[in-house]
Design a protein around this ligand. Structure first.
Ligand code: KIV
Length: 273
């Protein structure tokens, strides 16, 4: 029953998003990259839709998020923003658009906001990008942070493994989370870190933490839509739950179509003019 989880139809804003934590309401976020999917997940009751730069992997078949460009992200984000009526819509700033300088980061942030109609931008990192984060927020743009496994730094990390297992990295992550909150971020994504650390960060912040592979103690959860719908057979990390088997549903539907075309039963007389 689509929509039965929606308490009220009002559009979710950055302030309401942050208030959800104070009210003890868990936040359900999913990625989408296109209009049709955004319409479905919005009507089904997600609080937030992320146009992740994981579009690079999921939509384009790349191994990492690094190749996706600002123009490609704008295309995906504009499509999603048209489809999402209620959810708080967050767009990733892609690799290279905010790391070079504060000025360039602010310019690119303004461009994404102007050309897409999204509600918020997400940037990966803490101390290293904090001046840029402040500048973007000063320009009036809501920002969501992203700490832990930050896939744009995969080559620095040497892979997609669990982050912040050691004390030094865990301490840095906690400090970065506090810096992002002080800078005015409306939320922080915590990716692939020990649940105990995510719990500590969640307790230390008044803005919501949104976990992916960060345990049950976060204020919300985010998953890649295609992954949680079971569309990608080859990808099943420990943190991922399949909530549907859309791979099989599509395979069965396409198989039925092919058979019906080949045996001449599609279209029938009611399906022609
Ligand atoms: O790009 C993305 O989909 C993300 C989520 C996995 C948090 O950043």
């Amino acid at each position: 029953m689509a929509g039965y989880l929606i308490e009220d139809e009002k559009k979710i804003t950055s302030t309401r998003f942050t208030q959800m934590k104070a009210q003890g309401k868990k936040i359900a976020m999913l990625t989408s990259y296109d209009y049709t999917m955004a319409q479905i997940v919005d009507a089904a009751g997600v609080d937030s839709i992320l146009i992740g730069d994981s579009a690079s992997n999921v939509m384009a078949g790349n191994d990492t998020t690094l190749p996706i460009t600002i123009d490609q992200m704008i295309y995906h984000a504009r499509s999603v923003a048209r489809g999402a009526k209620r959810a708080f819509v967050i767009c990733d700033m892609p690799f290279g658009t905010y790391q070079v300088s504060r000025e360039e980061g602010i310019k690119n942030a303004v461009r994404i906001m102007q050309e897409t109609g999204v509600d918020c931008l997400k940037l990966e990192g803490g101390l290293e990008i904090i001046d840029t984060v402040r500048g973007i927020i000063n320009a009036g743009i809501p920002v969501c942070g992203h700490l832990g496994l930050t896939p744009q730094s995969v080559f620095k990390f040497g892979g997609f493994g669990l982050r912040a297992k050691e004390e030094a990295e865990a301490n840095k992550l906690m400090n970065d989370a506090k810096l992002l909150e002080e800078a005015g971020c409306c939320a922080v994504v915590l990716e692939k870190i020990p649940a105990a650390l995510a719990n500590k960060v969640t307790a230390a912040l008044s803005i919501p933490t949104i976990g992916i592979g960060a345990g049950n103690g976060c204020d919300g959860q985010v998953l890649v839509g295609q992954d949680m719908l079971g569309m990608n057979k080859g990808f099943k990390p420990k943190f991922l739950r399949h909530f549907a088997d859309v791979y099989t549903a599509i395979t069965d539907g396409v198989g039925d179509y092919v058979r019906a075309v080949k045996d001449g039963t599609f279209p029938n007389e009611n399906e022609q003019y």
